[in-house]
Design a protein around this ligand. Structure first.
Ligand code: COA
Length: 173
């Protein structure tokens, strides 16, 4: 069974490794896998609480047979300083930026779980009266925080700016 739950204080601990303490989007400058330390979990939680207070829900976990399997994270661009480093940016202030869409277990990929998480997010943001969603999608590869360009083009995102391998795409409600 597959279900998607908003992240709150109660299930924050279920955010899959390493997303629970990854501060890639919350920081600027050099970043590599070695920087993914569990100690950063406290800082991630503080960021999460601040965004929830000022914007509302900003992350969900997908459970497959009760096992945390997927993670999605999004927020207005001002909460995600890493955005500045992308050549096809910046995203518009009227959009929510989709920072991460991740199916953790490789064996679970390619089974439409990512698609489900994306459509669930679009439904949620439509109901919240958000105007648009933007992300940097990667050409010809899923190795990217929010996944491949193909996924977004299939869901009616349009390319807004295309400078390198990470074009900015936008979905307008
Ligand atoms: C990208 C991702 C979220 C997609 O979720 P998924 O459940 O595997 O994908 P779906 O089965 O829903 O497929 C949706 C579409 O995505 C695209 N897609 C999926 N995998 C792809 C790949 N390897 N290359 C290109 N496009 C791909 C396809 O368009 C696919 O549609 P199709 O099956 O009709 O062709 C997932 O594969 C993933 O997490 N990959 C790792 C991404 C990553 O490394 N993120 C870093 C996080 S920090």
């Amino acid at each position: 069974m597959f279900n998607i739950e908003k992240v709150d204080e109660g299930n924050f601990k279920d955010i899959p490794h390493p997303c629970r303490y990854c501060l890639y989007w919350q920081t600027t400058g050099p970043f590599d896998q070695k920087m993914l330390k569990p100690e950063m979990g406290r800082e991630k939680r503080e960021w999460f609480n601040k965004v929830v207070r000022e914007f509302g829900n900003c992350a969900s976990i997908a459970y497959f047979n009760s096992v945390p399997t997927g993670f999605i994270q999004y927020a207005p661009p001002k909460f995600l300083p890493r955005i500045e480093e992308y050549a096809s940016g910046p995203p518009s202030e009227d959009a929510v930026f989709l920072a991460c869409l991740y199916i953790v277990n490789r064996k679970a990929r390619g089974k439409k779980l990512g698609t489900n998480m994306l459509t669930n997010l679009l439904d949620e943001l439509r109901n919240r009266g958000i105007r648009a969603v933007e992300t940097f999608a990667r050409k010809n590869s899923q190795d990217n925080p929010s996944g491949p360009l193909e996924l977004y083009l299939k869901h009616n995102f349009k390319i807004k700016k295309d400078v390198d391998d990470f074009p900015l795409v936008r979905f307008e409600f």
